[in-house]
Structures are given as structure tokens and as C-alpha cells.
Design a protein around this ligand. Sequence first.
Ligand SMILES: *[C@@H]1O[C@H](CO)[C@@H](O)[C@H](O)[C@H]1NC(C)=O
Ligand SMILES: *[C@@H]1O[C@H](CO)[C@@H](O)[C@H](O)[C@H]1NC(C)=O
Ligand SMILES: *[C@@H]1O[C@H](CO)[C@@H](O)[C@H](O)[C@H]1NC(C)=O
Ligand SMILES: *[C@@H]1O[C@H](CO)[C@@H](O)[C@H](O)[C@H]1NC(C)=O
Length: 481
Amino acid sequence: MIVRRLLLLSCFVVCVQCKQPNILFIVADDLGWNDVSFRNPNMITPNIDRLAKQGVIFDSSYALPAGCPSRSAFLSGKYPFRTGLQHVGIQPYQNVCLPLEITTLPQQLKNAGYSTHAVGKWHLGFCNLNCTPTYRGFDSFLGYYNAKEDHYTHDSGQFYDLHDDQRPAWEYQGKYSTFFFTTRAQEIISAHDVNTPLFLYLPFQNPHGPVEVPSIYSDLYPNVVNNGRKIFSGMVTILDEAIGNITQTLDDKGILQDTLILFTSDNGAELLNYGNNYPLRGSKHSLWEGGTRVTAFMSGYGLQQTGITYKGLIHAIDWMPTLIGAAGAEQVLGMDGINQWDAIRMNIPSNRTEFIYNLDDFEIPSQGHAGIRVGDMKLLLGYPGTFDGWYTPMNDTTDTPVYEMVYNPSHPDIPARLFNITADPTERNDMATTNPDIVKDLTSRITANRKLMVPAKYPTDDPKAKTIAEDNGGVFSPGWC
Ligand SMILES: *[C@@H]1O[C@H](CO)[C@@H](O)[C@H](O)[C@H]1NC(C)=O
Ligand SMILES: *[C@@H]1O[C@H](CO)[C@@H](O)[C@H](O)[C@H]1NC(C)=O
Ligand SMILES: *[C@@H]1O[C@H](CO)[C@@H](O)[C@H](O)[C@H]1NC(C)=O
Ligand SMILES: *[C@@H]1O[C@H](CO)[C@@H](O)[C@H](O)[C@H]1NC(C)=O
């Protein structure tokens, strides 16, 4: 009894001491390592650069090789191989969603008193109403359920996909998403009651394909000869402008200094959509560093050392416990991630010494893969993924170079590749044959993790999905699982 009282008392002391910061969690879609101007002077991202340079740039922040698995990790703190979301991503007609028993990041922040809002891409399933954002912890949602869609028409394949909470939001048809996502974020901030902490999750559509942007943004790149790369670059710059506008609104509201901003890409750039990861190897959908080591930074509230690059290992599964830590809220049991808030804000070594890049079923021919990092060393098993070379930003009048890249879906699985990422971050020197002991040790760690793996949920299309969309006036809608 006395112990319990002491615990309650100490908890109370902790809670009155710490202020709950507002949290702005910005996710860029398919932004590459080499697609921001703090790395590549040919890009135009002044707002991102300013926030990053005033904050902490992450040198070794990793995500999954594709967006849906990463988003599931961001909002659950769990590896996708433990939730069945490790394989590519939920397709429009698959009756799959992030398992409902999982407590999400917004749910836990809501439990701690936060007001929670999401604007942008969901991609964590929508076959049942209970899978959708406002049933997973968000007070409001404006955005789309699927992986990708036209930036203007909001057609995601066969049907319209833009929702304001549950309502099909037809009024945005024909409007470029970055503009109205920005406006909605600004409205949420302006209307916010400052006595309550705010959690705003902003998974933008840009710069994901299809490559489309109002020409005033691509025209900022007269020296880029390749038209795809020129438009892609404009898509990055409008995203940067959006971030500038939103941080300005936070400032106008007088809450910028009380706000912690986390910015991350969901995976490396998709080379086919003109993104770029140079000098890192590979593309989105691969376990190479180019697919998984992402552009990310934190800025704002609580950071004690700024203007630095943080070298410690961070994985996508760490963001949920880290943001909960920054909020001073109670951690959720059973997460795979660790709270990196102290490490980041004080610039001390990360407690993460090991992570799984991904584990996907080996049974699917030439799609199965596994990757692990332990300290300096990285082991890859199976087929690492599409495009396994090093590619500078496209700047040619034709797109030929893209199609000349190595793409071989029947690529034979190579037993093991081993790299020292500290010494060789661009993965040019495979050390597997000369280091059989390290290969054996890391393989056994993968085997141990595989015991925790649930099979990937990747069912065939459910015809009910289409019927429901048709019954709802041609809008992707829940209600078929
Ligand atoms: C692209 O190529 C053109 C013509 O060779 C050159 O003038 C320009 O500087 C290049 N731009 C970039 C961004 O590399
Ligand atoms: C940012 O704000 C400016 C000034 O209001 C506006 O012209 C521009 O369209 C906004 N951009 C975005 C992406 O919201
Ligand atoms: C690392 O973990 C230990 C044990 O849980 C903890 O005491 C320490 O504060 C952590 N360090 C950082 C940087 O988070
Ligand atoms: C990996 O590279 C680092 C940095 O060069 C070096 O200190 C370390 O000994 C290397 N490890 C192995 C196993 O080669």
C-alpha cells in the first residue's frame, strides 16, 4: 500500500514537472536520401533545411522498404513481421488492416490528454469501419485510405478515395492534395485550444507517384533536363512550402516553441518515379540502404543539443515509444521499439544496437528476404529487391536509364551478403565469404526472430470491396470485412 502511494506520488511529481509538447509528425512519401537540399544542392527545400539544421538530423534512421509496413511501425511500435504487414503493403481489395487489438500511437496520446488529428495518407486498411483513422485514435481525418492515387482527381485505381472523417469528400476533386492538406492542418492548428496538447500526424502524398505538380513548382528547376525528375523535384518543393506554411501557422498561434516536430520519409526513393538515394545503394522495395535508410530529423521542443547530426541507430518502430516518451505519457506494453527520447534530446549513444530490416516469407519465389543489422554489420539473405545499383539523379532527355537499370524478377536468391555499414555505407564490399563466423552468428539471430514472425497477410482480392465501393457512389468505403 505504501509502495503504491509512493509510486502514485512520484508519478504525480513527474507529471506536474513535465509539460506536454505539441507533436507534429510529418511523413514524406517516397522521399529519397538525396532529395533534400541539405544533401543535394540541386534541390530546393529551404524550410526542411532550416528545421533540420536548427534541430537534429538523423544519420542512421531506418524504415521498412515500403510505406505500409513503415506506417504500421510508426503507429504501432511493432515490426511488421509481427503484425502480418511485412509484404509490400495492403492492396485496395484485400481485407486486411493493422490488427485491431494493437494500441496505436494516437490512442495512447489521446489517453494522455492529447487532441489527435490525421491529414493525408492512411494505408493501414479500411475494410471495416473499425480499421479507419477515427476508430484508431484520431479525433479527425482528412485523406485517403489506399497507397496511391492521382494527386488531382483522387482516383485510386477504379474508385474515388478522399474522405473527411467517413464522408466522401467530393469537394476536393480536381484540387492538388498538398494545398488542401496544408489548409486543413493550418485550420486544425488555428482552431486548437492551447490548454490541450496537440498531436498532428501529417503523412503527405508527396512526392509519391504519379509524378504531377502545378508547373510553377517544376519551373523552379530549369537546369533539370529530365522532365520526370523536374516534376518530381517540384513535388518535393511544394511539400517543403507546405511545411513552411504549417510551421508559420504554429508560430502565428504562439505554439511553435512548444511543438516537437518529427520529419521522416516512409522509405527510400522509388527510382522509377525519379526519386534518388545516391550515394546509397538500391531503391524503395529493396533492403539495400537506399531503400531503408531514410531522410529524417527532429526539430523544436525539448532538444538540448541542436545543429547536430545524431549518429545512433534508430528504427521506425522506435518513433512511437520515443514520441510517447517526449509526451511524458505511459508506454504501451509489447512494443518492439525503444524510447529514444533521452538519447536524441541529449545526444547520447542510442540503446539500439540491432534491428531487423524486414523479414518476409521466403516461400514466395524471389520475393522473400531477410535483413539484420548488428552493430556495424548488416546481413542480407534472399533477394534484396529491385534495382541493386547506385544511381545519380536522372538528368537526361529520355527515361531510358531507368529501364536499363537491373530489374530481374527471377533474380536467384543469393545465400548471404555481409557488409560493414560503418566502414562501407554504400554496400560495395560484400564480406560474406571471408567472414563465415559473422554470417553464422547473424543468421542465427534472424532465425530467432523468424520464430516470432506471423505469416504475411496477403489474401486474394475480395469482390465485396468493389460492390461496396459501387454501392457508395464509386468511393472506396469500409464495410466488407
Ligand atoms: C542537367 O544537365 C544539363 C545539361 O547537361 C546541365 O546544364 C544541368 O546543370 C544539369 N542539371 C543538374 C541538376 O544536374
Ligand atoms: C503557402 O502559403 C502561400 C501564402 O499564403 C500560398 O500562396 C501557397 O499556396 C501555400 N502553399 C501550400 C503548399 O500550401
Ligand atoms: C538505455 O537503457 C537503460 C536501461 O533501460 C536506461 O537506463 C538508459 O537510460 C537508456 N539510455 C538511453 C540513452 O535511453
Ligand atoms: C567495421 O568497420 C569499423 C569502422 O571502420 C571498424 O572499426 C570495425 O572493426 C569493422 N568491423 C568488422 C567486423 O570488420
